[in-house]
Ligand binder design. Structure first.
Ligand SMILES: NC(=O)c1ccc[n+]([C@@H]2O[C@H](COP(=O)([O-])OP(=O)(O)OC[C@H]3O[C@@H](n4cnc5c(N)ncnc54)[C@H](O)[C@@H]3O)[C@@H](O)[C@H]2O)c1
Ligand SMILES: O=C(O)C(=O)C[C@@H](O)[C@H](O)[C@H](O)COP(=O)(O)O
Ligand SMILES: [Zn+2]
Length: 364
């Protein structure tokens, strides 16, 4: 791939939402204005503290093209996904005179794009927004699919909306400043895509796990492209998670409970890594998943430096948190499990002893 090549992945429209494209490449800033379009007068670029310079550069570029552009800085990471920060953004939009033809740009990792998408979904009951992910996790997962939202003390992403972006610009150059810990966190969602739908992803990582932990690795583009394709295929058929989309939640039932227990100070990918080990053990104990595939979870996640275990004494709190997971129905706990590699299914209401036994494998 040369610096000017752009890979384009289509996401189908549904439920009255237009189709859109995910662009993967280098130096994609020039693609932003065409996506914003001529009808917008104002653009708000919502970005985290860590990307102040990039946010300002984009603001200047859009201002030079005639837009009334503002850079709206929010806290780093999960601290941005709060009702208070959303309310701050609404105030700024109000003071700026933001109308229904104006556009929000979410620049940053998944925390920022989840917040920016939620602000766009709720402002005037929904304005156009564009996602510009700058983390591996944002590119392969959060920026695509239109799930937007914020956290509350009671649970992760508990308040939100399905509001797809008008486009996604995944500029690989932005990954160069991302810390190793954050890059590796994103690999958890890449590995998830491997287990639920595209095992070639697992083969590529297992061939050289160390290389996979850096954006300079030989398979970076292919890993990103494959993971986005998995996500795009799934959300194209089920935007509002009435069926197949649930597979993207593999590892998230326990993972989100861990994030809540850590008061959202952990990186999402680290929690989801442990959640996938748990889901694999559930599948194995339910007699659905073979030993080799269950063991492969630990091997591949550990090979890139992701965590596999969590505190034994946390179980009662985690169980409580899982009860209000979005996949629960009434008192019924529901988990995405594997019946084999890339064969997902739902395990409903597992016996409490099976849950405890699976957690025993995670808590050592
Ligand atoms: N909406 C979805 O479908 C979806 C999917 C997966 C995850 N998520 C959400 O995504 C969030 C996690 O996102 P994340 O892993 O991208 O982390 P993040 O957004 O919290 O970012 C991690 C850190 O990296 C910084 N950062 C971002 N880009 C940078 C760059 N290019 N250089 C240097 N620093 C940079 C951020 O400021 C932050 O401090 C979670 O809240 C999770 O729930 C949403
Ligand atoms: O897009 C989806 O659907 C997912 O489940 C992707 C997950 O990786 C992501 O973390 C998502 O935000 C979780 O959604 P939630 O509905 O469980 O909050
Ligand atoms: Zn996730």
């Amino acid at each position: 791939m040369s610096d000017t090549d752009i890979v384009r992945i289509q996401v189908a429209g549904s439920d009255g939402h237009a189709p859109y494209e995910v662009l993967i490449g280098q130096q994609l800033l020039g693609e932003l204005a065409p996506l914003i379009g001529p009808k917008a007068k104002r653009v708000a670029i919502i970005h985290p503290e860590a990307l102040e310079a990039t946010g300002e550069a984009i603001r200047e570029d859009l201002a030079a093209q005639g837009y009334e552009a503002i850079a709206l800085q929010v806290p780093n990471a999960e601290d941005a996904k709060s009702a208070e920060v959303a309310a701050y953004c609404w105030s700024v939009l109000g003071q700026t005179g933001f109308t229904r033809s104006d556009v929000v740009v979410g620049l940053g990792g998944g925390s920022t794009t989840d917040l920016a998408g939620f602000v766009a979904a709720t402002w005037l009951r929904g304005v156009r927004w564009i996602s510009v992910p700058t983390t591996l996790l944002g590119m392969v997962d959060a920026a695509v699919g239109g799930k937007t939202g914020i956290n509350i003390a009671e649970g992760k992403n508990m308040v939100g909306a399905f509001h797809p972006p008008a486009g996604v610009l995944a500029d690989l150059g932005t990954l160069e400043t991302l810390g190793k810990h954050d890059y590796v966190s994103g690999l958890a969602e890449v590995i998830k895509a491997g287990f639920i739908a595209d095992p070639v992803i697992l083969d590529l990582i297992e061939a050289d796990p160390e290389a996979a932990t850096s954006p300079a690795g030989p398979h970076t583009l292919e890993l990103i492209r494959r993971a986005i394709q998995v996500k795009a295929d799934v959300v194209s058929g089920d935007l509002k998670e009435s069926g197949r989309r649930e597979i993207l939640n593999y590892g998230h039932t326990l993972g989100h409970a861990i994030e809540r227990n850590e008061r959202y100070k952990w990186r999402h990918g680290a929690a989801i890594s442990i959640g996938m080990v748990f889901a694999a053990e559930l599948g194995r104990l339910a007699g659905r998943l073979d030993d080799a595939t269950a063991d492969r979870h630990r091997a591949v996640l550990a090979s890139v430096g992701l965590p596999l275990t969590y505190r034994a004494d946390a179980w009662p709190k985690l169980l409580d948190a899982m009860k209000i997971d979005k996949k629960s129905r009434g008192d019924l706990l529901r988990f995405v499990v594997l019946d084999g590699l890339a064969k997902t299914s739902i395990l409903e209401g597992p016996d409490p002893s099976v849950l405890v036994a699976a957690y025993g494998e995670v808590s050592g």
